[in-house]
Design a protein around this ligand. Structure first.
Ligand SMILES: Cc1cc2nc3c(=O)[nH]c(=O)nc-3n(C[C@H](O)[C@H](O)[C@H](O)COP(=O)(O)OP(=O)(O)OC[C@H]3O[C@@H](n4cnc5c(N)ncnc54)[C@H](O)[C@@H]3O)c2cc1C
Length: 218
């Protein structure tokens, strides 16, 4: 098995899988949509359970005092239940949130779509201490599409999810950090460099930065 198909990547041959995460909610709710989008774009299989599926809801919430006032409710792989679940809480519960490892980076990248991941690969492969900050999941818009036909180097096409997974693994193999599941909320000069703040209060110091958040406003 090559590096690119090691444990850090999904095993596409192993699907279908049994979801280890369940969400009880109302399909039409915006938070419910955000959670489904977040989980699918991060490659986390999940089971969506409508609140009116009484039998399944009873099985999942048996023994708790959780109910319609606590939607959406996320049941994590360890069995713990998150009432009024948010993307941030679910990401933390799944261990997808990591803190910056270094006190300072050469390059901070905002957004880990194809452009940000390419910047991370080339920055890190040139020896820059590189970190990419991503609000949702690696791959950006491209990560949401089932097939990209015109990406260089994939003559038969590649799914957006697989492209995102491969690019993230490649960036990390060169030593780049990819911090997921919370957006940058502020960036300011800090001496000769920059201080970037994430929505959970984490701070990233860097000598330079690259803004690759695409259609999203700085
Ligand atoms: C359904 C679909 C199918 C497509 N198919 C094709 C195709 O076949 N061929 C093709 O050439 N193009 C295709 N595209 C277009 C292609 O996906 C985009 O051109 C490409 O993704 C742009 O890459 P990007 O990295 O510049 O931006 P994006 O992909 O938009 O990535 C930007 C990233 O920045 C993150 N971000 C935004 N704000 C912040 C913040 N404050 N802090 C941290 N992170 C932030 C976002 O969450 C996102 O992940 C498709 C797009 C879609 C939606």
């Amino acid at each position: 098995m090559s590096d690119l198909t090691s444990a850090s990547m999904f095993d596409y041959d192993a699907r279908p899988v049994t979801p280890q995460v369940a969400i009880v909610g109302l399909r039409a709710s915006s938070v419910g949509y955000q959670l489904r989008d977040f989980l699918s774009r991060n490659g986390v299989p999940y089971e969506w359970v409508e609140i009116d599926d009484t039998e399944r809801v009873h099985t999942l919430l048996d023994g708790s005092d959780l109910g319609p006032d606590h939607l959406p409710i996320c049941i994590l792989p360890d069995g713990s239940r998150l009432p009024i679940a948010t993307v941030e809480a679910v990401a933390t519960g799944l261990g997808l949130v990591s803190l910056p490892e270094l006190a300072e980076y050469d390059l901070a990248i905002v957004g880990a779509g194809p452009a940000g991941l390419a910047a991370a690969v080339y920055g890190a492969s040139e020896g820059l201490r590189t970190v990419a900050v991503e609000a949702v999941a690696p791959g950006g818009q491209a990560g949401t599409t089932s097939m990209i036909e015109n990406y260089l180097g994939f003559p038969q096409g590649i799914s957006g999810g697989e492209l995102a997974t491969r690019a993230t693994a490649q960036a990390r193999r060169f030593g780049a950090e990819v911090l997921l599941a919370r957006p940058l909320v502020d960036i300011a000069r800090d001496g000769l460099g920059y201080l970037t703040r994430l929505s959970d209060g984490a701070e990233v110091r860097s000598r330079g930065w690259s803004w690759t958040s695409s259609v999203n406003e700085p």
